[in-house]
Design a protein around this ligand. Structure first.
Ligand code: NAD
Ligand code: ZN
Length: 658
């Protein structure tokens, strides 16, 4: 929204007609939309009202703010405050004269949204899980991607055309067809869901002078009143159409290709059509899986829309400050003129490393473009106006000379650099995750008092902490917390990850410890590490170096007797070569009576098995629960796969474990 102009007359009218404002008035809405009030300062009621107003205006073709801001700032805030709020769990309603609404031939849902590839990956993991539960091989499944048309959602059952309404009831807008609206592609009626859209080039050449945006114009296409000239013309010349999703250009492929070519797929589909697109819709194509996953009241679980946050802002860098991290890498942080972006006040932005700072000219006074994509500290997208960069010569924390390691300026003073030490201590407690009171300010106070090692923190007594300036109550609490952290059960991989060895985050620690016991980790050779799936030669060498650097601290802490939960493989009795199902491919099918199928699959893996999802020539053992399909059994018999009941299987593995 343009600054200082207030609501447009049409927007004001929509708000009045729908009577949504009580805690806010029109001026408040303007003020919030223009970024004049921080989202955190809104009361629950104001927040909800603002969201409803924005939604209403958006649906009526008069959007108030852009989508990224709507999703990230306001809806995200509501989700943070009240994750179960009904507004978040149903289809956002279109303004609709209820008296005239009609039941839709089918439910029309919204889509789940992702603003990054990680979210798409998590979605795919849910599909993978469903696939495993149904016995489908995940790598054979096909995904479909289509452009997400940014138009006006409608449904064509062959007889009538409906708006989406609230997802259950919409309005009958068949009149649009009667006025000549054509169906894109084959032109056939009755192809189900789609969007009413107007061609981008036509909008630019014929309508841009009359309408603010295409949403604005789309609403005029389905007006009850007689069509205005621009709408009638756009329909006549076929620039405005109903586009059934079934006719959309598409990409179809497996997950492996999807994840490999993600950006290309997105870019290509995004620009393929001459219509506004506001995302890419990914979906599973296998009907059985779709049916099994089903839908929430808001979206189908087998579908997700990838969107991009397009709100960016240009700001000036005041100065670039160096910060030494726990690994010794010195990170550049740009302090910027405080700026509102997607509703939040931003004072800092990060550049990846000093090589980038140098290459792009991110110096004091540079003009940069920022976007917000979900992170707390936004990334620098682009440098609009570079300025000269002055590289730091020495570590901002300890003053040692810095050296280049790849793209990073690095402080090599591992043993004495205060920033490296305090950041490592904080990392330790943060990763343990079962202890409070050891955040940055406490850790820095302890450090200033002369304590450098984590093991020494564990031997601090109340009076020591009081002498460092902690209050008696706080000191008591900190000592209690330390004791508690020794007693509370904690996974051994988490404990190992707390030492912050480069490349040994929680995931990798768990992987390593599912093969080797914790006590062997410090004696591993590079060859042994590389044998573990997911580790490369290069990382193995680094890991060995990293482990040796923390070894003495590790041994001292380990000796304190943390209550470690041992990662499964070893618990089941020794190294992998002795495992009963070693190297066997096992498939589970049917309903298991003892626990869930996924638990049994996990246990089988612990015993050395590969778990398959369907019977193939590679399958060694088929374990059958109840209600097993005859076809599956027949296939196993034909391929000569050994078939056992759940009971028999449990007997087998029980014998092996004892
Ligand atoms: N700017 C604002 O003020 C404002 C207000 C409200 C909502 N919004 C935006 O709208 C979103 C929610 O809107 P929504 O409920 O319409 O959901 P949505 O944006 O996820 O869209 C779902 C709809 O996408 C349509 N669609 C288009 N192409 C499709 C394809 N290829 N395959 C399947 N479906 C396709 C369908 O009609 C479906 O109903 C929010 O996340 C926000 O980004 C913005
Ligand atoms: Zn240093």
């Amino acid at each position: 929204m343009k600054k200082g102009v207030g609501l447009r007359a049409a927007q004001r009218q929509i708000l009045r007609d729908n009577d949504v404002l009580a805690a806010l008035d029109e001026r408040d809405v303007t003020d919030i939309a223009e970024g004049g009030r921080d989202v955190s300062a809104l009361t629950d009621k104001e927040l909800l009202e603002f969201i409803m107003a924005a939604n209403l205006l958006y649906r009526a073709g008069e959007p108030l703010i852009d989508d990224g801001r709507y999703d990230f700032t306001y809806v995200a805030e509501l989700r943070k405050r009240h994750p179960e709020h009904p507004f978040l769990h149903r289809v956002e309603p279109e303004p609709l004269a209820l008296a005239k609404s009609v039941e839709l031939p089918t439910r029309m849902l919204s889509t789940e949204k992702a603003y990054d590839f990680e979210t798409i990956t998590r979605w795919a993991t849910r599909i993978e899980k469903a696939a495993a539960e149904l016995g489908f091989a995940f790598d054979r499944l096909r995904f479909r991607a289509t452009p997400k048309l940014d138009g006006f959602a409608a449904y064509d059952d062959g007889e009538k055309l409906y708006t989406r309404g609230d997802g259950r009831r919409g309005t009958d807008i068949t009149r649009a067809f009667e006025r000549g609206l054509k169906v894109a592609g084959t032109g056939e009626r009755g192809q189900g869901a789609g969007e009413i859209v107007v061609s981008r080039s036509y909008f630019a050449s014929h309508l841009a002078a009359l309408f603010d945006n295409s949403r604005n114009f789309q609403a005029s296409l389905i007006k009850e009143k007689e069509l205005e000239e621009p709408a009638a013309q756009a329909i006549d010349c076929g620039a405005a159409v109903f586009y059934p999703f079934a006719q959309l250009p598409q990409w179809v492929g497996g997950w492996q290709e999807l994840s490999r070519d993600f950006n290309d797929i997105v870019d290509k589909l995004w620009t393929q059509l001459d219509y506004d697109v506001d995302g890419i819709v990914f979906e599973m194509t296998e009907d059985a899986i779709k049916e099994y996953m089903g839908a929430t009241r808001h979206h189908h679980r087998w579908q997700i829309a990838y969107k991009r946050n397009t709100e960016t802002r240009e700001v000036r860098v005041i100065e670039v400050v160096a910060q030494t991290s726990r690994s010794g890498r010195v990170n550049p942080v740009a302090e910027i003129e405080p700026t509102r972006l997607s509703g939040a006040l931003i004072k800092r932005a990060t550049a990846h490393h000093y090589a980038m700072v140098l290459a792009k000219g991110i110096g004091a006074g540079a003009m940069i473009r920022l976007s917000r994509s979900g992170e707390v500290i936004p990334k620098i997208e682009e440098v609009v106006e570079p300025k000269e960069v002055v590289l730091p010569q020495s570590c901002p924390s300890c003053g040692s000379d810095l050296v280049w390691e790849g793209d990073y300026l690095t402080c090599l003073n591992i043993l004495d650099c205060p920033a490296q030490i305090t950041n490592s201590i904080e990392h330790f407690f943060k990763t343990l995750g079962n202890i409070d009171g050891f955040g940055p300010s406490s850790v820095s106070r302890i450090y200033q008092g002369g304590t450098r090692r984590i093991r020494d923190i564990y031997s601090l007594e109340e009076q020591d902490l009081v002498a460092l300036g902690f209050g008696p109550k706080q000191a008591q609490n900190m000592v209690e917390q330390l004791q508690r952290s020794l007693v509370e059960p904690i996974e051994d991989w988490r404990f190992l990850a707390a030492f912050g060895v480069h490349r040994m985050g929680m995931g990798n620690c768990e992987k390593l410890l599912s093969v080797f016991p914790l006590t062997r980790v410090f004696a591993l050779t590079a060859e042994e590490i590389v044998e573990v799936k997911g580790f490369s030669d290069k990382s193995a060498d680094e890991i060995i170096k990293g482990f040796s650097a923390v070894r003495s601290e590790f041994e001292a802490l380990y000796a304190l007797g943390f209550n470690l939960i041992v990662t499964s493989r070893q618990k089941e009795g020794g190294d992998r070569s002795g495992a009963i199902l070693e190297g066997k491919t096992v498939v589970f099918t049917g309903t298991m009576s003892r626990g869930s199928r996924s638990d049994m699959q996990a246990q089988a893996k612990v015993l050395g098995a590969k778990v398959g999802s369907s019977v193939t020539t590679k399958t060694d053992l088929l374990v059958c629960g109840e209600k097993v399909g005859a076809a599956k059994l027949q296939k196993a018999r034909t391929l000569g796969v050994k078939i056992v009941s759940e009971q028999e299987y449990l007997g087998m593995v029980a014998g092996a474990e004892s």
